[in-house]
Every structure is written in structure tokens, then in C-alpha cells.
Design a protein around this ligand. Sequence first.
Ligand code: ADP
Length: 273
Amino acid sequence: MPIIETKNLTYIYGQGTPFEKVAVEDVSISIEKGEFVGVIGHTGSGKSTLIQTLNGLIRPTSGQVLLDGKDIWAEPKKIRSVRFRVGMVFQYPEYQLFEETVLKDIMFGPKNMGLSDDEARARAYEAARFTDLKEELLEKSPFELSGGEKRRAAIAGVIAMDPEVLILDEPTAGLDPRGRDVLLSQIGQYHRERGNTVLLVSHSMEDIGRTADRLLVMSGGHKQYLAPTREVFSHGEELEKMGLRVPQITKIMQELIKLGVPADPATLTVEGA
Ligand code: ADP
């Protein structure tokens, strides 16, 4: 059963002005409950615009967004509740930390949803565990944290709302390779343990190739593919034409497959190795 879908979704910035820009055009996608979907595409391909329609932050120019089978704009007054069910981690989310302590920051979302202090605190501790934030950090000011810790605190604030769908827009941008690997494995673990639906936006195939069940590839505002990761990776040449760099290791795997070695380019493993 799909948790989130779009039907012929189009989004135009500045419609009717000289600056009119079609950012997303006629995109229909269907994402199943519990799936981990990577959203990939070159800068300007429409990724951010598309995901912002999914939690009702912006309203499609035409077409629909369905959450659990219901049009999220059927009752515009209830759009706020959609934002709790579809949690969004924006790019560089650490700039949104503003409370006195990290704990208060993580509790902000759950409290805003109407949970009691105790419930919000329990949610915050659990979210801190998922993002591997040590308990002693929770009483510190967010400004005392390192860059990577701030990022994880901001992500914990969204996880603490226990969204049915968690969307992360380039969550590893600006992190060093170790910080990137740690964060990606934490998101993978959150997905496995919780079983919630995750959409992870990235322009790096390496980042999402290992964790995503399926990839949505955007190009020029259009959906190019929404298919299992392995299948998308098999379109190496088309992806490179869209400016997407296929990981070197995947190319090697594809060569091995041509030679008859049983290998999986999506998980980057050689069977039996
Ligand atoms: P991506 O996330 O893949 O980089 P975006 O959704 O941000 O892509 O952008 C898609 C297109 O819409 C781009 O051409 C971009 O310049 C344009 N765009 C994005 N935001 C705005 C805006 N606020 N006003 C006008 N055009 C915009």
C-alpha cells in the first residue's frame, strides 16, 4: 500500500510573471510504506521543489499529492497535520537550532505536536540515541556542539516527531567523509529499526546507492526513473548524460557482471566473496 504518491504533479515558480519557471513537470510517483527511496538528480533538476510539495510546504500548481490515499490539499486548513506526518530535514538544518539546550531543541517538534513534556523528553532521548548524540551533550547549548553533532541534533529534532515519512534533503552536505559515512549508516539503522518510510535526496550516487531500495532520478523537472537501485545503476550511460556520476566501483561491478562474475552493483558486493 503506497504511503505517499504524486499524480501528474507540476510546480511552476512565478507563474504568469516574466520569471516563470517550470521546476517540476507532470511527475507521478508512488512510494510504499517502509521503503527507502533515494532521490537523485543534478542541481536544478527539481528535487527540492518536489519534496517540498510532499509535506505541503508548497502547493502544486497542478496535480495531486496523496498521503495514505488522501489528497493532502483536500482540506487546506489541516495542512499543518501533514507536516507532522511527513517530517522534513532541510539542507544545513543546524542553522535552525535556536533553543537554550540541545534537549529543548529536540523536544520542540514533539511539544509543538501537542505532546506532554514527559512524552516529548522520552521522544528526544530516543531520537538522540538514533543519531548517536551522547547524553551529556543534551544539556549543552547547541552552539557548543561540533558541526557534525549540530547536524545530528537537528535531524534528531525531526526524528523525535516520529514522522511516518522522513525526508532528508542532502543531509551529508558539507560533512567530511567520516561524518558522511556515520550519518548515512545512522539513517540506514533508523530505517531498519523503525521501518518508517525514508526519502533521501542527494546528488551523490555513492551516498544513496548502498542504502536505497529504489532510486527516483530527476532531470530537468521530469521523473527519469523510479526503479530498484540496481536497475537504475545499469543505465550508466544515460545517467552520465544527465550529469550524474556513477560510482567507479559500480562501473567495475558492471564490468565483472559482463564477464560473468555474480556481483551486485547496488550493494557493491561480489556474491560468494
Ligand atoms: P534541485 O533541488 O534539484 O537543485 P530545485 O527544485 O531547487 O532543484 O530547482 C528546480 C528549478 O526551479 C531550478 O531551475 C531552479 O532555478 C528553480 N527554482 C528553485 N527555487 C526557485 C524559486 N524560489 N523561484 C524561482 N525559481 C526557482
